[in-house]
Design a protein. Structure first.
Length: 399
């Protein structure tokens, strides 16, 4: 029970944990990608027969060439179709609608090429399998030959009867049979009529065979058309599934990209907040440095004044005692107290020494070249622009 309880707690904790879109729907994304891959494989297989029929008039000793050509070409078409559709989606997200429209035209063209080759290829392949034209014609020709041979045999026997009658005339002349009698002529006439009837019967049967052949060929063509339509519809459904899975993958891609941009924007806000905090600290630090510089300057001035006063006292004592020596003019000037202008100059130099700005991108201190400078270098400026906008810095647009 303890194991089951821990398992339930772990499952509940993992289920309650906040996940991004990619982690939450990874199974659906994987299934959609697999369906897209499977549809692409079926499309390549079906399109192979289309290119095989196109290359049929070319006498090729080996079937490897058309196989490699068709598979390579169809694989490139499928890859290019998926790649260009992702570019269309990215351009749409970035609101570059002109580029998205141009890429969409190419995407439709590649999908149309894949659709035509796949549907026509497999439908032609299966319709050729259902084609019995050669068998129907061969059976009909065999049957017609047999019928003609059968009637030719009957007609040949009848002709032999006529020859027999002609060789044996029954009419007498001068104790000799030299002419055919009226009965023999009637029999020959009847035989000729029978021969004519046999030929008509033969032609009638052959006509029936031809009619039957024509009906069978028509039925075979209908069956081929039905088979082609059935497989055309099947491949069309596969291509529609491929298109839907493509659109679904692009929708997933848009969602993931939007989520990543949102996270990037949130990170940018946090970074800006941290930079503001660092800038505030740096400004306070610089202000303290300025105060310290002012204090050092004030102490320096007071020290100079004190030294000058001491020097004056010593010089007066020496003059009174007539002791000492005459100092140079330069040393005399150094012993005098500083004027107000000199005090301001000393304070300005000390403040300027510590007057450094803080880069709003990397947080390093730098000495600005102009008063409105915000970044220590162009690299930080470009990096800050990409973080704020999510786009590459274009020098042409910002000239």
């Amino acid at each position: 029970m303890q194991i089951n309880k821990n398992f339930i707690l772990e499952w509940a904790e993992s289920s309650a944990k906040t996940k991004n879109f990619r982690e939450e729907f990874w199974l659906g994304i994987t299934i959609t990608a697999f369906v897209r891959f499977l549809a692409a494989a079926v499309s390549i297989y079906a399109g192979y027969f289309y290119f095989l029929n196109l290359l049929a008039p070319i006498n090729l000793e080996s079937r490897i060439i058309p196989i490699l050509f068709s598979v390579l070409l169809l694989s490139v078409i499928e890859f290019f179709s998926a790649w260009i559709l992702s570019k269309v989606t990215k351009a749409s997200i970035e609101r570059e609608y002109k580029r998205a429209a141009i890429l969409a035209v190419f995407s439709v063209f590649t999908f149309g090429a894949s659709f035509i080759s796949s549907t026509n290829g497999l439908s032609m392949r299966q319709s050729q399998k259902a084609d019995n034209t050669a068998d129907i014609i061969s059976a009909s020709e065999t049957e017609k030959t047999n019928i003609a041979a059968r009637y030719d045999a009957v007609i040949a026997d009848l002709k032999n009867n006529i020859e027999t009658e002609n060789r044996n005339p029954q009419g007498w002349r001068g104790n000799r049979r030299v002419y055919l009698t009226a009965q023999q002529l009637d029999r020959i006439k009847n035989i000729n009529s029978e021969i004519k009837e046999q030929r008509e019967l033969c032609n009638a049967e052959i006509s029936e065979i031809k009619q039957s052949q024509s009906e069978k060929l028509s039925e075979n063509r209908n069956q081929m058309t039905e088979t082609a339509d059935k497989y055309w519809l099947f491949i069309a459904i596969v291509m529609i599934i491929s298109a839907v899975s493509n659109v679904a993958l692009q929708a997933f891609y848009m969602k993931i990209l939007a989520e990543e941009k949102k996270d990037l924007a949130a990170a940018g806000v946090m970074t800006r907040h941290q930079r503001n905090q660092e800038n505030m600290v740096n400004r306070e630090f610089n202000r303290m440095l300025e105060i310290q510089a002012e204090e050092q300057a004030r102490l320096f001035i007071l020290s100079n004044n004190k030294d000058a006063a001491n020097q004056k006292g010593i010089a007066a004592q020496n003059d009174e005692k007539n002791i000492g020596f005459r100092k140079s003019e330069k040393e005399d000037r150094n012993n005098y107290p500083l004027s107000d202008d000199e005090k301001s100059k000393v304070i300005y130099l000390e403040v300027e020494k510590n007057n450094k700005n803080v880069c709003q991108n990397c947080g390093k201190s730098y000495t600005p070249k102009v008063t409105w400078q915000k970044w220590c270098s162009d690299e930080c400026k470009f990096d800050n622009y990409e973080k704020r906008t999510g786009k590459k810095f274009n020098m042409r647009k910002h000239k």
